[in-house]
Design a protein around this ligand. Structure first.
Ligand SMILES: [Zn+2]
Length: 94
């Protein structure tokens, strides 16, 4: 009985970004045919990559409103705390 390894998150992400070579994506595509679990993960990864790509494109155009909506709710608080600390440290070192 053959044991088929599941696809790693990294490989799924590269596949979703279409940065896998043909020889790398072939076993992955074969695995997806027999593994509904990895198909679901690919779907989620693909949606994430698409959201990140479109968010990055929108931010380059200066439209930040929609990019904020896709971030997890904990992210803004964390980045604010980090920037406060960085600001304070910057003043102390001067
Ligand atoms: Zn799998």
């Amino acid at each position: 009985m053959e044991i088929v390894p599941h696809v790693s998150d990294d490989t799924l992400e590269r596949f979703a970004m279409e940065s896998l070579r043909g020889s790398e994506s072939e076993p992955l595509e074969e695995h997806l045919l027999i593994c509904p679990g990895c198909r679901e993960r690919l779907k989620a990864t693909d949606e994430f990559v698409t959201a990140m790509t479109s968010a990055a494109a929108k931010m380059q155009k200066g439209q930040r409103r929609k990019a904020k909506a896709i971030l997890p709710s904990s992210a803004p608080a964390k980045s604010t705390a980090e920037s406060n600390v960085a600001e304070r440290n910057g003043h102390e070192s001067e």
